[in-house]
Write a protein that binds this ligand. Structure first.
Ligand code: FAQ
Length: 345
């Protein structure tokens, strides 16, 4: 942030209560001005406490979703139908872990620690995306996740590349590039199944039937029930409402489903000439809120597995910390290499 107001806020002399209030007003004004001018807010800039809290909430939920999201697909790594599919799926799951790391790092710039965030995930005080509480029953689910879940993630996240908070926006640029590859591999995998044997085609259709509605729920509750949207859009954390992005996703998917030779499980889905969009049927919001309360088909399994992975990974964190401490006190790599009799040139 580098506006004149920001400069002025930074230069205000400390003083009595009057000057403290004036300074607070100037800081707020500088922040508002930067957001209005589409500038990025950076970690060291002043920001309202509520902005910081809401960002931590959203980025943490996003990070948790990335790492919990590895589980449904990991279920199929050992059973992928070919070496090529297995290599692709392993790379994708690793990408999701990487996205989690960028996002936890972005959240850390707001003054929270990764331990604190993971503790909140493990104790159920922070959420992760509803979508990852559904099971992956067949191989076709891996394709459906790539096409629909990654497709929904991209639709939601491309606007986040313009989020007002710099570290989150920058993390999103890389994440979206990778998600875009994920979406294409899902589409390609489903296409192969759809054009395969009758049984393969039916398996692809069944997966799309099960993942369609939960994918629409990923965008969050309808606008009138979205508690954070209005404020987040004023702060330019979110650029579009939940319903706007959901509609965009439906419009993108309809022609893609046609080229896949698959149908979407919604009898009310039809083009509305007047609106210039597809109308679609009602979403079962009772199911959505139920999943958020922990009652989805896989909530217990996902969180139990996550806690177990964290506990079993304790030795890795300890070893990495011990190594970092050792390196911090160690001579530079080039001198260390000489000490071991290796060439330094
Ligand atoms: N699931 O007021 P709003 C991925 C909660 S990444 C669970 O509308 P907001 C990659 C919401 O937190 C997928 N909870 O909230 C991948 C709030 O509760 P709170 C994750 C949900 O923040 C692919 C309450 O409902 N993506 O898929 C959900 O303005 C394949 C009221 O909602 C992101 O996180 C939900 N679906 O809008 C990985 C993107 N929706 O916090 C592996 C970033 C809402 O007050 C494999 N996040 N809630 O307790 C966002 O864009 C927003 O946070 C929304 C929700 C749009 C998700």
């Amino acid at each position: 942030m580098a506006t004149a107001a920001a400069q002025k806020a930074a230069e205000t002399e400390p003083g009595g209560a009057g000057s403290t209030a004036a300074r607070a007003a100037e800081q707020q004004a500088a922040f508002d001005e930067a957001v209005a001018a589409d500038e990025r807010i950076e970690p060291r800039d002043w920001m309202p406490d509520a902005y910081r809290t809401s960002l931590i909430r959203q980025i943490a939920q996003h990070a948790h979703s990335e790492i919990i999201g590895m589980q449904p697909e990991a279920n199929w790594i050992t059973r992928a139908p070919s070496l090529r599919r297995k290599a692709i799926l392993m790379a994708k799951a690793q990408d999701e872990a990487g996205h989690g790391l960028y996002l936890y790092s972005a959240a850390e710039t707001l003054g929270v620690s990764r331990d604190e965030l993971l503790d909140k995930l493990h104790s159920g005080r922070q959420k992760y995306s509803s979508i990852f509480n559904y099971p992956t029953l067949t191989w076709a689910d891996v394709g459906a996740i790539g096409w629909l879940v990654d497709g929904a993630a991209i639709t939601n996240q491309v606007p986040l590349c313009r989020c007002s908070y710099g570290p989150y926006a920058r993390a999103m640029i890389r994440v979206c590039k990778e998600e875009s590859f994920h979406q294409r591999q899902g589409y390609e995998s489903l296409l192969a199944l759809s054009r395969g044997t009758q049984a393969q085609h039916e398996m692809a259709q069944d997966a799309v039937n099960r993942w369609w509605w939960p994918s629409l729920m990923m965008f969050g509750p309808p606008d009138e029930e979205s508690s954070h949207s209005e404020q987040s859009m004023t702060w330019k954390i979110k650029r579009h409402s939940n319903d706007e992005l959901r509609q965009r996703f439906v419009d993108i998917c309809v022609p893609q489903a046609e080229s896949l030779g698959l149908t979407l499980p919604d009898p009310d889905l039809k083009w509305n000439e007047a609106r210039g969009h597809h109308d679609f049927g009602p979403i079962d919001w009772t199911e959505f809120w139920d999943v958020l309360k922990g009652n989805g088909p896989c909530n217990d399994q996902r969180i139990t597995q996550r806690r177990r992975a964290h506990e079993e990974g304790a030795w890795v964190r300890e070893a990495a910390a011990a190594y970092a401490t050792k390196q911090a006190g160690a001579p530079r790599a080039d001198t260390a290499a000489t000490a071991h009799g290796e060439a330094t040139a």
